[in-house]
Ligand binder design. Structure first.
Ligand SMILES: [Ca+2]
Ligand SMILES: [Ca+2]
Length: 165
């Protein structure tokens, strides 16, 4: 989550928050430290301070189900839930995020704009990075996969992952 989602995207484009099911600061701090997290963690109010969770946890808790409550959500630009899952599925989350970004930006990663993301787009991207081709304004936007306003090897890595997935 930290590296695949939070660190990969410009935070103007994609915001990520964790929601703790406890208000026990020691438990939260240990979790943050163990996992090297840098995204904000929110409290679930109403927690007793143990690990039983607070008001929101209680609302969504489903006893006797495999996993007791949905853990991961993606909320779109209009405030509508676009994804909810009770198991971690980073690849699926990335696909949903790209779909949401693409509704306003064109097909990010499709640098030659032929509606397919494939090896030809990787070749164009590498040529831009090496300076052997100069990208147009559109191509610059489509080449910046992680939306950090720099075109570099990180965008190549994301494009390769997008094609392989
Ligand atoms: Ca293409
Ligand atoms: Ca970039």
């Amino acid at each position: 989550m930290e590296t695949a989602l939070w660190l990969n995207f410009n935070h103007d484009q994609v915001q990520m928050v964790g929601i703790s099911n406890t208000n026990n600061q020691n438990i939260i701090s240990n979790f943050v430290e163990e996992n090297g997290l840098t995204f904000p963690i929110l409290f679930d109010s109403g927690s007793s301070g143990g690990v039983q969770g607070g008001d929101t946890y209680d609302l969504y808790y489903m006893p006797n189900d495999g996993s007791p409550y949905p853990r991961d959500f993606i909320i779109d630009q209009g405030g509508v839930i676009a994804y909810a899952n009770n198991e971690i599925d980073t690849e699926w989350m990335l696909t949903v995020i790209y779909d949401l970004l693409n509704t306003t930006n064109g097909l990010v990663g499709d640098i030659n704009q032929d509606n397919i993301i494939n090896i030809l787009d990787i070749i164009s991207l590498i040529n831009f990075i090496l300076g052997s081709e100069i990208p147009s304004t559109d191509e610059t936007m489509l080449s910046d996969l992680n939306q950090d306003e720099i075109i570099n090897i990180l965008d190549v890595v994301m494009l390769v992952n997008l094609i392989l997935n």
